[in-house]
Ligand binder design. Structure first.
Ligand code: NAG
Ligand code: NAG
Ligand code: NAG
Ligand code: NAG
Ligand code: ZN
Length: 959
């Protein structure tokens, strides 16, 4: 299920950007068609009942209006950033989740915490993050302050909870003294909700019984929902966790168990110094398998059934060997004594890198050798490598504030490729970088309202901003730095940066570069880098072979779009240009304004830019492709990656920069191609044509054309894999085989549809023996359900409800959205909003699947649009989510539903929707709303301009 919403971070890609001798500065572009951080829709938190004795109260409102005159300027507690007067050193936290019995219909946890901190600057104010916790009052205040070093602490005179900034505010009678340390004790009760955030509960069924576990997800700002803490990444401390639980459960945390578990108290060793967002504790009844790899205990935890069936075996082997690889790569020993990986049934992300206790979506960790596809396996390897890479980069070394999240993710994304290549060398995963990258990143970053990669620290100053940085750009246009010869030096610099303020990585990098005498840079490193990180977008580099000039220009999908964000660099970049002339690699040059010469540029994708040529050169390249794309002539080395790139570039440039038919012409040679990379790249770019025209008269000829083009590919696999019973051995061949089935079935090749219906019926006759290979299941199910009626659908639904294997249930969940009958889709839409049927974490992606279906799109659209019920039921519900992240997933729906919009009436519909909901606000989804509107406007223009020509082209080409 690579298509659609549920694409893993596996589709991340690294771009080598500046290839400079000695030091290689890498701009890695991780494509997130994945969202590691795709938060699910948080339910509005239900009002919770007090179970505390009468000493306990909540102070959920800001009291003491006398102290809080509204006319006063912004107070310290209205700032999202802590004042840095108090630096935490150590937390002693005890938590007690009540898993066996809801109290007044609510699952709760109780706890207490003592945090010891040092005062850096005298202050009479304590601010500490706290959210959705009921705090016990002591002498009328929410905490007890004591002094370390015999210091006598000033009395608390006033305390309250500041809702917007989520602080517990304590005003003191006198000042805390600089250099002295103090301790703050709090006691609290919280709800163990099913909201997938902070300390929450997850449910599953085993042996016909409902089971409940307690687990955590803190990043970015939910540790404060589990215990009061200084919840910023730079405020690292040691943690000592004690978790109390019933004897039938066990507890896990970042560190190993410190003392033998007495039957209900699990006390953990003190942690290393770490950030609050990386803390984790889990109470469950799972089973595990383990291995000790060079003194590191590596364990895989999951539901007993999954472990007993061996579904954790692949992860165990892979995690252990990736850890070993990473130790060597970083040249720093793994910093902790153990590494636990746990698969949690309800989990909103693919995975979370909590230090020493990594949490995964079941799909990200569990592999059934008989039921998983190659894609599942690839995802697991990628996710493991990514999260384990964070154990050093991100956890040991941490960004100071969320504006630099991209450094963190960029580096992990880069390293994950190295890790996967190490454990699965036969996959040649590096060849897929380009495929995984091009389609998405350039698309997003080519919009006039994209954003620069690096925000300024002060630009990230609301909770919504924090959640907002966890977006496509962070993962997709991430830049990281490494050095081939010298990586450890850079890494150490980063360690230095982390431990010393200010985080001037540019300076540190420049130092490292200066030590490499051989590097010739056209200007300072900071000037080069800032242009890439502080400007949104990327350049289009045009090679004019007639005049011999090379020039650059800010690349925008819509050339006439107005770019409102100004740039101090005027949207020009220092571009390292590598190019080939007659097959010979030319020395690296730098382009700021002009340079010279030409041919096939951007060799092996070393630059984050697109390339355009003059017509003559395009035609030469194209005729070369069509004649024989594997043999060189004139232009050497047009194959594999380069060939793909040529196609990608042309199609995305489309009518803006070159005639649209030239772009379409590049897909003609696909009929002879059986390679995965060219196919998937062309398809990704044709997607825009499908979306714009699959509801119009262009669809017929377009369908006929694709059917014609895929014919040979389909027959190739029909013959070589015994009519799709077998699977080729190479990874990319397996993926080509999927393309064959996908396109042939989707665009109506009869024998493909017959094949899928036949196999599906065979399965219906004997559900215990599925005849379809796991690699092809999602496609075959989808095709069979699309052409079949209610019987096929109901069988799929039954199998979905019955399976306990997440990879299989996800395939079915996707395939059920392929139905073509509106009433089936409508019913499915209803189901997707019912938690009894579809897990909350999966609800949005299911709706997105339905919305991707040309029939389903308008159903989701009308039910969510201004007049519809999904909107009125759920938009409000989404909007009431605790914070912006719930909008984040809601934005997927807006995005999907409006994807095909290309008419005036659809534009008006969207505008109306925006207007009607403006009073609630869109939170993190606001940019998506803007995107949807702008995209619709540009689609209208595009369709008007190109429709006739495209129609004519497909008509002719399909003959
Ligand atoms: C917290 O206090 C409020 C107000 O008294 C109460 O409604 C709620 O149930 C309490 N929450 C918990 C988890 O006890
Ligand atoms: C942590 O708190 C527990 C009880 O809350 C106490 O027994 C223990 O001594 C404390 N540990 C430290 C290191 O302060
Ligand atoms: C914290 O809670 C635990 C469990 O209820 C209790 O044993 C411990 O004494 C409490 N710590 C303090 C300092 O009150
Ligand atoms: C290339 O240069 C020639 C000669 O200066 C000019 O006429 C032509 O328009 C240029 N083509 C492109 C695509 O810039
Ligand atoms: Zn990550």
């Amino acid at each position: 299920m690579k298509q659609g919403f549920y694409i893993s971070k596996a589709l991340a890609v690294v771009f080598v950007f500046l290839a400079v001798i000695g030091i290689v500065i890498i701009i890695s572009l991780a494509v997130v068609c994945s969202e590691e951080k795709a938060k699910n829709v948080g339910n509005a938190v239900t009002p919770i009942q007090s179970i505390r004795p009468s000493t306990s109260t909540t102070l959920w409102t800001t009291p003491s209006t006398a102290m809080m005159s509204t006319s006063q300027p912004k107070k310290t507690w209205n700032h999202i950033r802590l004042p840095m007067t108090l630096i935490p050193e150590f937390y002693n936290v005890t938590l007690w989740p009540r898993l066996t019995q809801p109290i007044n219909g609510m699952y709760i946890f109780t706890g207490n915490s003592t945090v010891r901190f040092t005062c850096k600057e005298a202050t009479n104010l304590i601010l500490i993050h706290c959210n959705m916790l009921n705090l016990t009052l002591f002498d009328g205040h929410h905490a007890i302050l004591t002094g370390g070093d015999g210091a006598n602490p000033p009395a608390i005179i006033n305390s309250w909870w500041e809702k917007d900034t989520q602080y517990l505010v304590l005003q003191l009678q006198g000042e805390l003294q600089a250099g002295k340390s103090y301790s703050l004790f709090t006691e609290f009760t919280g709800e163990l909700a099913d909201d997938l955030a902070g300390f929450y509960r997850s449910e599953y069924t085993e042996d016909g019984e409902k089971r409940i576990i307690a687990t955590t997800q803190m990043q970015p700002t939910d540790a404060r929902k589990a215990f009061p803490c200084f919840d910023e990444p730079a405020l690292k401390a040691r943690f000592s966790f004690t978790v109390i639980h019933e004897p039938q459960f066990l507890a896990l945390s970042n560190s190993p168990l410190a003392e033998g578990i007495t039957w209900t108290v699990s006390k953990f060793e003190e942690t290393e110094i770490m950030s609050t967002y990386l803390t984790a504790f889990i109470v469950c009844d799972f089973a595990s398998i383990e291995v000790v790899e060079e003194n590191i205990l590596v364990r895989i935890w999951a539901r007993k059934e999954a472990i007993y069936k061996g579904h954790g075996n692949y992860s165990l082997k892979t995690a252990a060997s990736i850890l070993k690889y990473l130790e060597a790569y970083y040249n720093i020993s793994y910093p902790l004594p153990k590494s636990d990986q746990i698969a949690v049934p309800d989990f909103n992300f693919f995975a979370m890198e909590n230090w020493g206790l990594l949490v995964y979506h079941e799909n990200g960790l569990l592999l059934d050798p008989n039921g998983s596809s190659t894609q599942n396996k690839e995802n697991i390897a990628f996710i493991l490598a990514h999260e384990l890479a964070h154990q050093w980069f991100g956890n040991l070394v941490t960004m100071k504030w969320w504006n630099d999240l991209w450094l963190n993710e960029g580096f992990a994304t880069y390293v994950q490729y190295l890790g996967v290549d190490f454990v699965e060398p036969s996959w040649s995963i590096k060849d897929l970088f380009v495929v995984y990258e091009v389609h998405y990143v350039f698309g997003v970053d080519a919009l006039p309202y994209s954003r620069p990669l690096s925000a300024k620290e002060e630009e990230i100053n609301t909770l919504e901003d924090i959640n907002g940085v966890i977006d496509a750009i962070t993962y997709s246009k991430v830049q990281s730095f490494a050095s081939l010869n010298n990586k450890n030096k850079i890494f150490q610099c980063w360690v230095g940066w982390c431990l010393t303020a200010p985080p001037d990585w540019v300076r540190l990098l420049a130092q490292a570069v200066n030590e490499q005498q051989s590097i010739q840079l056209p200007t300072s490193i900071s000037d080069i880098m800032n242009r890439w990180t502080r400007q949104m977008g990327f350049p289009l580099v045009t090679f004019n072979t007639t005049s011999g000039e090379i020039s650059q220009k800010h690349f925008l999908l819509d050339q006439k779009a107005i770019v409102r964000r100004t740039s101090e660099y005027n949207y020009t970049w220092h571009i390292p240009v590598s190019w080939m002339k007659s097959g010979i690699l030319q020395p690296l040059g730098w382009l700021l304004n002009k340079s010279a010469e030409w041919v096939l540029a951007n060799i092996n994708v070393t630059g984050y830019y697109r390339v355009n040529y003059d017509m003559q050169n395009w035609e030469r390249l194209l005729s070369q492709l069509q004649r024989d794309h594997s043999v060189s002539a004139g232009v050497q080395v047009i194959f594999g990656i380069d060939q793909t790139r040529a196609i990608n570039k042309i199609l995305r440039l489309d009518a803006q920069y070159i005639p649209i038919t030239l772009a379409l012409n590049t897909t003609r040679y696909l009929s002879k191609d059986t390679e995965y990379i060219p196919w998937i790249s062309a398809l990704a770019n044709l997607k825009h044509f499908f979306l714009m025209f699959d509801r119009s008269e262009v669809y017929g000829p377009m369908q006929a054309y694709l059917r014609k083009q895929v014919h040979q590919l389909y027959e190739h696999f029909e013959n070589s894999t015994e009519n799709f019973k077998e699977i080729p051995s190479a990874l990319t061949a397996q993926y080509s085989q999927r393309v064959a089935v996908w396109i042939a079935c989707e665009y109506g090749l009869k024998k493909c549809r017959d094949l899928s219906s036949g196999l599906y019926k065979q399965w219906m006759d004997k559900p215990s023996a599925n005849p379809i290979h796991p690699n092809l299941r999602s496609l075959i199910y989808c095709s069979a359900i699309a052409s079949g009626g209610v019987e096929m659908w109901d069988f799929g639904w039954k199998m979905f409800r019955n399976t306990t294997f997440t990879a299989e249930s996800d395939r079915l969940r996707y395939a059920l959205s392929c139905a073509k009958e509106p009433w089936l889709l409508n019913r499915y839409l209803e189901y997707s909003l019912n938690q009894e049927y579809i897990r909350k974490q999966d609800s949005i992606s299911t709706i997105s699947y339905i919305a991707s279906n040309v029939v389903g799109q308008s159903l989701v659209g009308t039910s969510f649009d201004p007049v519809g019920k999904l909107c009125s039921i759920n938009y409000n519900k989404f909007a009431f989510g605790r914070y912006g992240s719930s909008f984040f997933l809601f934005s997927h729906i807006i995005n999907k539903v409006s994807e095909r919009f290309a008419s005036e009436s659809e534009l008006r519909q969207l505008e109306q929707f925006k207007k009607d909901n403006e009073h609630i606000g869109f939170g993190v989804a606001a940019p998506t709303m803007t995107l949807a509107l702008e995209r619709t406007r540009s689609n209208i223009k595009w369709v008007n301009k190109n429709k006739q020509e495209v129609l004519k082209w497909f008509q002719e080409a399909s003959e």
